[in-house]
Each structure stands twice: as structure tokens, then as C-alpha cells.
Design a protein around this ligand. Sequence first.
Ligand code: AMP
Ligand code: MG
Length: 354
Amino acid sequence: MKTVTERIRQDAEKFTPEEDQALRLGGEIIRGGGLVAFPTETVYGLGGDALNRESARKIYAAKGRPSDNPLIVHISRFEDIGKIVSEVPENAVRLADAFWPGPLTMILKKAACVPKEVTGGLDTVAVRLPASAAARKLIEYSGGYVAAPSANRSGRPSPTLARYVQEDMDGRVEMILDGGQVGIGLESTIVDLTVSPPQILRPGYVTEEMLEQVLEGVDMDAALLNEDSGQAPKAPGMKYRHYAPKGELVVVEGSSDRVAEYINRAAEADRHAGEKTGVLGSRELLAEYRADVIKCVGSRGDEESIARNLFAVLREFDEEGVTKIYSESFSSPGLGQAIMNRLLKAAGHRVIRV
Ligand code: AMP
Ligand code: MG
């Protein structure tokens, strides 16, 4: 399959005739049962018709994703939700008012028209209304319902640039819409509204504190709080090793002096053992490190910069052939929860406390 790439802006008030044509063409491809990768404010998505079971099969095949891992259905207008869910609870309306369009996915009871291939056999469906104007236009041109997991091969870091989509999906999708770097860089927060109180299944840009301001109460999936427990997470996708670079990643936790000292010593020993070593660090500590490749993931004073750069930096270590990567730890409340969730998964939960 030949993959066509078209450039668009993610957030134009009004698209140029060329952009509009690219988005229309993308819509036609999806209506016809094909796949189009496109930018959203979180990460790039791999879109297919959410009401077509064949399209869902193609998405799983293109990603190499296990088919028990359900897909998020993207809509372009809140009114469209009624067709794919069996009931719209009050909490869904409140959350939509507060956070849609935006990086929040809601789990609701599904309507019969949503094929079980899309929901991984579950009787619930994940729904999101993305903020990116290009994404919403594409969804509208596609008929209104686009199933779109992240546009990476299963297990790889989610793509935050079209270049990474190309790397993973060239020849596997009909079209890639290149909208440059995405704004947030981590996948959406997932909240399950089919249980009471609602439960966060995946932390993201919309934090627990933000949800608590809108919902009467909200829980965190216990498997997320204690990921080493072996307890199965409720979002099927969260159980897979994920986001992983090819090199071995280790997270080092402790005071900044000790972290730098440990990393420098370990990296030196690794280098003697023939490894190509890397450090994933914050701007504040970068000058302290010695390794073959040292990468700045962002500033501790600006967590959003860390979220935005994390997946790209993990891929850059691969591009440079780094075999052993040490990372600082970024645990903190708020956005730090989402950052650490992805980083620990990428590290296969290898953490060293110093
Ligand atoms: P991705 O779109 O690749 O970011 O992954 C979608 C995530 O949403 C995966 O972790 C899925 O397991 C999760 N998900 C999708 N649908 C459901 C559902 N009905 N119930 C629980 N989790 C879901
Ligand atoms: Mg994904």
C-alpha cells in the first residue's frame, strides 16, 4: 500500500482549500473502510470507521495490537454521542461541559451499532471529542465516528510527530495528515462512568483534581496506584508493556545529587561493558550528567514541557542506538501522575531508589 502524506495545520480557524481537500480525502478514505493517521492534541491517532468491523480489524493489524484491547471512538460534536451509547448519564454531560473538546475519554455503556471488534468484546465504549480542529473536521468528513488508537506499532512510544507515524505506519495506512508536533504529548485521561464513583483508568492531562471539581467523587483504578501488584488494570490496554524504547530504561529516584552520582557511576560501568549509554534528564540537572547521549526532556518548572517531549525523547534514544538509558523520576501530583505512569511503563517498572 502506498501511503500519501498531506500537510495541514492542527488548529486553523479556517482551513485553506488545500487543507480542506486533504481532510475531505481523508474522510473519504475512512468512509471507504481505509485508515488515515491524523494529529490530535494528545498524540497522533490511527483512524478508521468506528461502525465498521472490517476497519477495526485493519487497525489492529496495522498496529500489531492484540484485539482484546479496545479502541477509543472519536466524535466531532457532543450531540453525536447519543448514537453510540445506550444512555448519557448526568456525569457525562458535566464532564463534556467542562473538558470537551479536549483530552478526556469517557467509558459509557455502548449501543448495539458499535461492533464488538471496536470494544474488544466489552459492552462499554470509550468516547472522546478531541480539541484539535483538524481532527474534528476529519471526523465530520468521515461520517462522525472514528475509532483511533495511537498511531504507533503496538508497544512503541505514542507518536507526537508525523515523522514517527511514518516510521511505524508507512505502507500500512492510506494517508498520514502531518500537522507538526502535537500540543500535549500524552494520551487522554480515561474515566469510567459505568461505575460509582467514576474511576480513572488512565491518568492524563485532565488530572484527578480537575475531575474532582466536576464530579462528586472520583477513584483511581487500584492497579494504577500499585502497578507492581500484578493486579489487572481495568483499561485492557494498560496491562501491556507499552511506550517502550528499544534500549533498556531504568528510572532513578532520590535527591538530585544522589541521582546524578548514581547515574554517572552506572553509566560509566555500562560503557566499559560495551553499552551505549543515555540519560533522560530535566533542564535543571542536565549539566551534572556524563554519558554517551544526554537528552533534555523539559523543565521541572514546566511539567507540560516534559509531557510534550517524553515520547519523542524515548524514540530519539532508539535513533541514536542507545542501549542503556537512565532517567530521572518526575513523580508529583497533577500532570506528574500521567508522566510517571508512561515513564514507568516504558521502563518496565525498573526503578532504583538511591
Ligand atoms: P489508545 O487509543 O492506544 O491510547 O488506547 C486506548 C485505551 O483505552 C486502551 O488502554 C484501552 O484499553 C482503553 N479502553 C478503550 N475502550 C475501553 C473500554 N470500553 N473499557 C475500558 N478501557 C477501554
Ligand atoms: Mg496507544
